[in-house]
Write a protein that binds this ligand. Structure first.
Ligand SMILES: [Ca+2]
Ligand SMILES: [Ca+2]
Ligand SMILES: [Ca+2]
Ligand SMILES: [Ca+2]
Length: 263
């Protein structure tokens, strides 16, 4: 019968070992059986319909790969790969998120927040993220109009500073400019009276005095010089005031300026 050969005694039928004879045509492995033989394939291959040829199993299309992301079929095997932002785990199948913040690959200038499959950069207060998504640029609050400075605004790296015009001082909010009351603060240097104004102040003098050219000091008015008609006869200028007096033989009238002859 097929698969046997007549022994030397011309009677017995012995099995032919097709595997060792080399007639099996098995692609990979050959298993001799009594009266026949069988082919088998190495891992990653499957026996073709002819029972001999070994064809690669496409694990990617068959669905046995268990690759979490990408599957690349190879002859006799397959390989898994991961999408950007992930790395292949030790099992060669699972994909784990790469922590770009920890690894220092993020290149975030300020803050880095790791996300699944990616990461995000953010900036400290006073800075804004540039178009590259990494660099942090100072916000110019002065030109941007967010400073709320009452008077002057000076942009600084990461912040800004408000300042006020002369005669004003910065309020507790470091933005608003409030008038300095020079009269109550005591910086006015007014000789007599001080009147506070918005952004400044004004000095004025009591009766009998006039404001000097420095607009602060009060000088006595010499009523005897400026007003010749103050006294009927003799005018005596005194500090802040003046007094009239009369020649001997005359007395001062009740009006303080007219001299009346004594009787
Ligand atoms: Ca394969
Ligand atoms: Ca990540
Ligand atoms: Ca700034
Ligand atoms: Ca003032």
């Amino acid at each position: 019968m097929a698969g046997y050969q007549l022994a030397a005694d011309g009677k017995t039928c012995n099995d032919i070992n097709e595997c060792s004879v080399g007639t099996s045509q098995c692609g990979h492995n050959c298993i001799n059986t009594d009266g026949s033989y069988a082919c088998s394939c190495k891992t990653g291959y499957q026996l073709a319909a002819d029972g001999k040829t070994c064809n690669d199993i496409n694990e990617c299309s068959v669905g046995t790969s268990q690759c979490r992301h990408n599957c690349i079929n190879t002859d006799g095997s397959y390989a898994c790969s991961c999408k950007a932002g992930y790395q292949l785990a030790a099992d060669g199948k699972t994909c784990n998120d790469i922590n770009e913040c920890f690894g220092g690959t993020s290149q975030c200038e300020h803050n880095c927040t790791n996300t699944d499959g990616s990461y995000a950069c953010s900036c400290m207060a006073g800075y804004q993220l540039a178009a590259d998504g990494k660099t942090c640029n100072d916000i110019n609050e002065c030109s941007g109009g967010t400073s709320q400075c009452g008077h002057n605004c000076t942009n600084t790296d990461g912040s800004y500073a408000c300042s006020c015009m002369a005669g004003y001082q910065l309020a507790a909010d470091r933005k608003t400019c409030n008038d300095i009351n020079e009269c109550s603060v005591g910086t006015s240097q007014c000789g007599h009276n001080c009147t506070n104004t918005d952004g400044s102040y004004a000095c004025s003098c009591m009766a009998g005095y006039q404001l000097a050219t420095d607009r602060k000091t009060c000088n006595d008015v010499n009523e005897c010089d400026t007003d010749k008609d103050s006294c009927d006869r003799i005018c005596i200028n005194i500090e802040g005031f003046y007094q009239c007096s009369c020649r001997p033989g005359y007395v001062l009238h009740g009006d303080g300026r007219t001299c009346i002859r004594m009787v």
